[in-house]
Write a protein that binds this ligand. Structure first.
Ligand code: GLA
Length: 396
């Protein structure tokens, strides 16, 4: 398949040519994601129902022979990072995107043949810091690019997703689950993915024709997100231990009622147990075209994140309720992602998009007085790497 490159990819290729005087050897792409339902269930071995979105991080890459990596981030004002390609990654003093690049490539070193160094140019249109997994998409694009450069593709999407998650867990310091990376690896156009986060089995679930993924960004992002996230994870593990199960995936509400534990830990566990069953019911609702049922489950998920898991904020609650009012029983809306700010997702008929935008404009301002940022997305395809041809087009 040969097609024209989108502008973000063209910008990465152009910047690569300007810096290195030659075209990149490969171009890799990996999408961000939005989660329809199933929040914080992934690291509890549970179920999630996300979709890859049609916004990507692109990596233009070529080999070097001196064991070094030179990475340039176009969206960071062409900032550069230069480091040795090694299994033992070293943190950059400014951390940020550089640590994602360093930590991710280091995971691949012991497992796959790699070139003796790489030149990388990174560009993307996944909103950063919005909870739409721009870092997971960066990691997956890097892994795909590195594999394609070495001409070795023995690691499949699930294995690469595990490596990207490992980089977050071991190097960046967020104890995240596998949802973001696996969705970026295996997304399917027009579909959500039901993921069993224990077996890593994925099942595409078709989204109804004529519906849109409307993502409203609150422009709120609370500090210390990683520590609050890691604390939730610890509370879930405490609850699982108290009930004597390997993970909350294996717990029931009856077991919860019969086991003494502190009130916050009980409520965290209740969110996970009920959320897992909501994911399975939401999958059924989508499959049978029951949009009212789906909307009720999304609303219940939001309430559980607000009251039991305590990861929403007043701004996010307001966005969700504005969108739920517009959507009525034709779809649903809820906070999406790790929480403490970020975005609300609404799955709604295209015909309701103007009304939803008008309601947001009239009814929402961030604490700084800014309107919500609205992204209209479609479910997109998972990560891929492309070898560049002489004409500047790409071949899949
Ligand atoms: C973040 C993490 C995911 C997942 C979600 C919450 O996006 O990276 O692994 O836990 O939060 O569902």
């Amino acid at each position: 398949m040969t097609k024209q490159l989108p502008p973000t990819a063209q910008a990465a290729v152009q910047a690569y040519i300007e810096r290195h005087g030659a075209k990149p050897t490969v171009l890799a792409r990996a999408p961000g994601r939005v989660n329809l339902i199933g929040e914080h269930t992934d690291y509890n071995d549970g179920f999630v129902l996300p979709a890859a979105i049609d916004r990507d991080t692109w990596v233009a890459a070529g080999p070097r022979s001196d064991g070094q990596v030179l990475a340039i981030a176009l969206d960071e004002g062409k900032a550069e990072d230069h480091f040795e390609l090694s299994e033992q990654a070293v943190h950059h003093p400014e951390s940020g995107w550089r640590d994602h690049v360093r930590g991710t490539l280091a995971q691949l070193v012991p497992l796959a043949p790699l070139p003796q160094g790489m030149n990388l140019v990174i560009a993307g249109d996944v909103p950063m810091g919005a909870g739409l997994s721009s870092s997971a998409s960066l990691a997956m694009a890097l892994l795909r690019a590195a594999q394609a450069l070495s001409g070795d593709d023995t690691l499949n999407g699930k294995q690469l997703a595990r490596l990207a998650q490992q980089a977050e867990n071991r190097f960046v310091g967020c104890q995240c689950g596998i949802m973001d990376q696996l969705t970026s690896a295996e997304g399917k156009p027009g579909h959500a993915l039901l993921i069993d986060c224990r077996s890593l089995d994925t099942e595409p679930v078709s989204l109804p024709k004529g519906t849109t993924l409307l993502i409203a960004h609150s422009r709120v992002r609370r500090g210390l997100v990683d520590s609050a996230y890691n604390e939730r994870r610890e509370q879930c593990e405490t609850a699982a231990r108290a009930m004597g199960v390997p993970a909350l995936r294996d717990a029931t509400l009856e077991m919860l009622a019969a086991t003494p534990m502190s009130d916050p830990v009980m409520r965290r566990a209740r969110h996970i147990i009920t959320e897992n069953s909501r994911v399975l019911s939401a999958t059924q609702a989508l499959r049978s075209g029951d949009m009212q049922g789906l909307g009720e489950l999304m609303a219940a998920s939001h309430a559980s994140m607000r009251d039991d898991f305590e990861i929403t904020t007043p701004a996010i609650d307001q966005l969700a309720s504005l969108l739920q009012n517009v959507v009525g029983n034709a779809g649903g809306a809820r906070m999406t992602g790790g929480g403490f700010g970020g975005c609300v997702i609404a799955l709604l008929p295209q015909a309701l998009v103007p009304a939803a935008k008008a309601a947001l404009e009239a009814g929402y301002r961030s604490p700084e007085g800014l309107p919500a940022l609205v992204y209209l997305c479609e479910a997109g395809a998972g990560a891929e790497a492309i070898h560049m041809t002489a004409t500047g087009t790409m071949e899949g």
